[in-house]
Design a protein around this ligand. Structure first.
Ligand SMILES: O=C(O)CCC(=O)C(=O)O
Ligand SMILES: [Fe+2]
Length: 254
């Protein structure tokens, strides 16, 4: 039976200094944006209705079939914040529920360094990601790794890897992502500061779609690391690729 979850988010007053920070770093972390209760309930609900035990692969585009997640991706406070950073009207495009449930097959999902815009190839800056952390996320339980400021790079040449229901290596780790080529990656590593993101449950992180990033595997035996990641596109902006695995359908945000 459908259980309606109260989406409890905070109205935030953003300043030009927040925008400057985002422009400089390529990401913006906001703690306690959603309540911890909302994060906890959404996680439990997603696992129950969409998780596929014991493997728990990523679920794509829950918001298209589920009202609770539609309520998250269209949340007024959240979309207001996204519009602030995008300086544009926006549409919600797609989403990803990543469970990284402890000891599950895909706990060991460690994303290779990539830029999210290498998938849809939208115009610079028009495509943006918001990660909503449903658990505390640290390097120990599969947290994100960012190269601060690397969103100033062009879209770098990359190699397509299987990134959905991909296979594990001998160490039990999977390595999805459109991996940036070696030479550019070395330069990125030498140029930008590597940030291990620590984000508590209920936090959100706005991430520029040109930011070079990856993630650790969740090797923790006691902690899950669930994240609901949403993608938005500036209204009227075009995409080069609509996506084979995750088809891009626009949901208008008012
Ligand atoms: O949450 C993670 O481990 C990284 C996911 C990611 O970068 C992606 O899906 O593009
Ligand atoms: Fe990514």
């Amino acid at each position: 039976m459908f259980k309606k979850i109260l989406i409890n988010s905070n109205k935030v007053n953003l300043k030009s200094s927040d925008f400057k920070k985002y422009e400089t770093d390529g990401f913006y972390l906001r703690k306690n944006f959603f309540s911890k209760k909302t994060a906890k309930e959404l996680k439990k609900y997603a696992e129950k209705y969409y998780g596929e035990p014991p493997r728990y692969p990523i679920t794509l585009n829950i918001h298209r079939k589920d009202e609770n997640f539609l309520n998250v991706i269209t949340d007024k406070n959240l979309t207001k914040l996204v519009k602030f950073f995008q300086k544009s009207k926006i549409d919600a495009l797609n989403d990803q529920m990543i469970y990284k449930k402890k000891k599950s097959t895909y706990a060991g999902q460690s994303w290779t360094y990539h830029q999210d815009n290498s998938y849809p190839r939208a115009k610079y800056g028009s495509y943006v990601i918001v990660h909503f952390f449903l658990d505390d996320s640290t390097p120990k339980n599969g947290g994100l790794i960012f190269f601060k400021g690397s969103h100033k790079e062009n879209l770098l040449p990359n190699k397509l890897r299987v990134s959905h229901r991909e296979r594990k290596n001998k160490k039990g780790v999977t390595r999805p992502g459109r991996t940036i080529n070696k030479i550019d990656l070395e330069r990125v590593k030498n140029t930008y500061q590597k940030i291990d993101l620590n984000a508590s449950s209920g936090s959100i992180c706005v991430m520029h779609s040109y930011l070079v990033h990856g993630s650790y595997p969740n090797n923790s035996k006691i902690k899950d690391r669930a994240t609901y990641s949403m993608a938005y596109l500036n209204r009227g902006s075009r995409l080069k690729f609509s996506g084979l695995v995750s088809k891009k359908i626009r949901t208008k945000i008012n």
